[in-house]
Design a protein around this ligand. Structure first.
Ligand SMILES: O=P(O)(O)OC[C@H]1O[C@H](OP(=O)(O)OP(=O)(O)O)[C@H](O)[C@@H]1O
Ligand SMILES: Nc1ncnc2[nH]cnc12
Length: 175
């Protein structure tokens, strides 16, 4: 199954110059969605035992929740600011222009627990790196990262903490 054929390329969205990778056709295709989850799950072998899937709002929720069910693990959401009730942990991070913030429920993870961080796409890597910082604030450990798509012409995986296994289903070499 060629998953790439289920990703729609949309020029100039959400801004001029951005080639947007739209994963909604993949989600709409039951076989494509199932194969993507199976392939993401296959990438976790070698990551050691995992306690939770941490999914990043919002497209990371869709893949992360399905993957958590597939693997028999619980799901922990990392959300944009102001969405989770207190107490929360917060992590600010840099965007191409400006700053943003992500939040995790303060007692969702405990020291020593191991998690897999899941998102649909890694571009600059800022979102996933901030999520790893949030996990580290709890004392839990990031056992791995999993993404459907890596934009390899951006810093992406190089922005992630070193030495943690990263599994990507589709590597995009050029814009
Ligand atoms: O590697 P980065 O440069 O940090 O970018 C990757 C992030 O950007 C997109 O999310 P977006 O903020 O568009 O949110 P959404 O999933 O709610 O659409 C994508 O789903 C990743 O979370
Ligand atoms: N090119 C892109 N397509 C889809 N989501 C993105 N998030 C950051 N860059 C993106």
């Amino acid at each position: 199954m060629e998953l790439r054929s289920l990703i729609r390329l949309v020029p100039d969205f959400p801004k001029p110059g951005i080639l947007f990778r739209d994963m909604t056709p993949l989600l709409q295709d039951p076989t494509g969605f199932r194969v993507a989850i199976e392939q993401l799950a296959a990438g976790t072998t070698g990551m050691g035992s995992l306690d939770y899937i941490v999914g990043i709002e919002s497209r990371g929720f869709i893949l992360g929740a399905a993957l958590a069910q597939h693997l028999g693990l619980g799901f922990v959401p990392v959300r944009k600011p102001g969405k989770l009730p207190p107490p929360v942990l917060s992590q600010r991070y840099s965007l191409e222009y400006g700053e943003d913030e992500l939040q995790l429920r303060a007692h969702a993870l405990r020291p020593g627990e191991r998690v897999l961080i899941v998102d649909d796409l890694i571009a600059t890597g800022g979102t996933a790196a901030a999520t790893a910082e949030l996990v580290a604030q709890t004392g839990a450990e990031v056992g791995g990262f999993a993404f459907l798509i890596e934009l390899a012409f951006l810093p992406g995986c190089k922005a992630l903490p070193a030495g943690i296994p990263t599994h990507v289903l589709m590597v995009e070499e050029s814009e």
